[in-house]
Design a protein around this ligand. Structure first.
Ligand SMILES: [Ca+2]
Ligand SMILES: [Ca+2]
Length: 363
């Protein structure tokens, strides 16, 4: 069975090509804000919306109840009220510079950088069992939009350090989101950072930013505001004619577009973001308090593939092909399949919040 799953992973990876987060301190230390002070500050957050509590690039999201899901997308139903507890979330996607610090500290090797064991793949050409990843690279002649192999290529040696292949690098892209990360890569980074990956309920609650839950986009009902693009998506005719009206053909430096009501950047677009939930094509209506998703995955389109939820869409989304940058929409990814439009951000439980480097900020 394991071999079947791994083989399926390889098939998805190489052939089908993916479409893709104590005690209270007893005192305060100079320049360090105590937990007790933080809670006091949180009370002020409740009373005064302009006060934001930040910690090392994270924002404290005050829990509450919201309408999760979207009637626009079959797999984002049923729409139901969900209660979320307080949590911290990264203000932006994890960057190449951040991921580089993780790799430097740990020597971590990502899934895309690993060779596959031929013993696990009887009958598969060993030449295919090499490190690499899926790179968006549309062919000159595109016939319809049904076959993604027309724009996804498996590129040997493509990885987070070489986003388009061995000749590419991260110079000038230090502040871009890291890509070509598998689920376990994202999870490993999160653990190293003392954080975790968000549930998709946390992710959606944060993405909505306290805005109108019926709006088409996380920022409202108009695609652009005052003529300005609100997210790094795809303009033009997908996949080969990208007019780059928003200024970016691929990833953009994190924070290049306006933040939402919670001060979070790129919740829509730029790169897809891994969430911790297993993917199934509907919600469990009985999970209404801090839902963590189903115990296993099931995607009718690839029944044997193990898939986790991805959220927010990417620089490749537009209304012609992929509308999943819109509010409430869901994505999915086979856990070992990596691409150059998939990254992640982290969250932290309030109870696990490290005490160091707390900053109180008045915006
Ligand atoms: Ca763009
Ligand atoms: Ca994103």
């Amino acid at each position: 069975m394991l071999k079947q799953c791994i083989q399926l992973t390889l098939i998805t990876f190489l052939i089908a090509a993916p479409l893709h987060a104590q005690e209270l301190p007893s005192c305060c230390t100079e320049n360090i804000v105590s937990r007790a002070a933080l809670f006091a500050q949180r009370e002020r957050v409740v009373q005064q919306d302009s006060v934001v509590v930040q910690k090392s690039g994270m924002v404290l999201i005050q829990g509450g109840r919201f309408s999760m899901g979207s009637s626009r997308f079959p797999d984002a139903q049923i729409v139901r009220d969900v209660t979320i507890s307080d949590f911290w979330i990264d203000t932006h996607e994890v960057t190449n510079a951040q991921f580089a610090r993780f790799v430097e500290a740990t020597g971590y090797i990502t899934v895309a950088e690993r060779a596959l064991d031929p013993d696990d793949f009887e009958g598969v050409d060993p030449n295919l069992l090499i490190p690499g990843s899926a790179v968006f690279s549309p062919s000159e002649e595109i016939v319809g939009l049904r076959n993604p192999l027309q724009w996804w290529q498996f590129v040997p040696s493509a990885s987070w350090q070489h986003p388009e292949g061995p000749e590419s690098n991260l110079i000038g892209r230090e502040n871009h989101p890291v890509v070509h990360v598998a689920y376990e890569d994202a999870e490993s980074y999160a653990k190293w950072a003392g954080k975790r990956l968000p549930t998709e309920a946390e992710w959606e609650y944060a993405a909505r930013g306290g805005a109108d839950s019926t709006a088409e986009y996380y920022w409202g009902n108009d695609l652009k505001i005052d003529g300005k693009w609100q997210a790094n998506i795809f303009q033009g005719i997908f996949p080969s004619q990208n007019t780059t009206e928003d200024g970016y053909v691929g990833t953009a430096p994190v924070g290049s577009f306006p933040s939402n009501g919670y001060g979070l950047y790129d919740m829509s677009g730029n790169v897809w973001e891994w969430c911790s939930d297993f993917y199934q094509p509907s919600y469990d209506p009985t999970q209404t308090s801090n839902p963590i998703g189903p115990k296993s995955s099931y995607d009718p389109q690839e029944a044997l593939a193990v898939k986790r939820v991805q959220r927010g869409g990417s620089f490749l989304c537009n209304d012609h092909y992929c509308e999943r940058y819109k509010a409430g929409a869901r994505g999915k990814g086979e856990v070992n399949s990596t691409t150059n439009h998939t990254g992640f951000r982290c969250v932290s439980d309030v109870t696990n919040l490290p005490e160091h480097e707390l900053v109180l900020k008045n915006d």
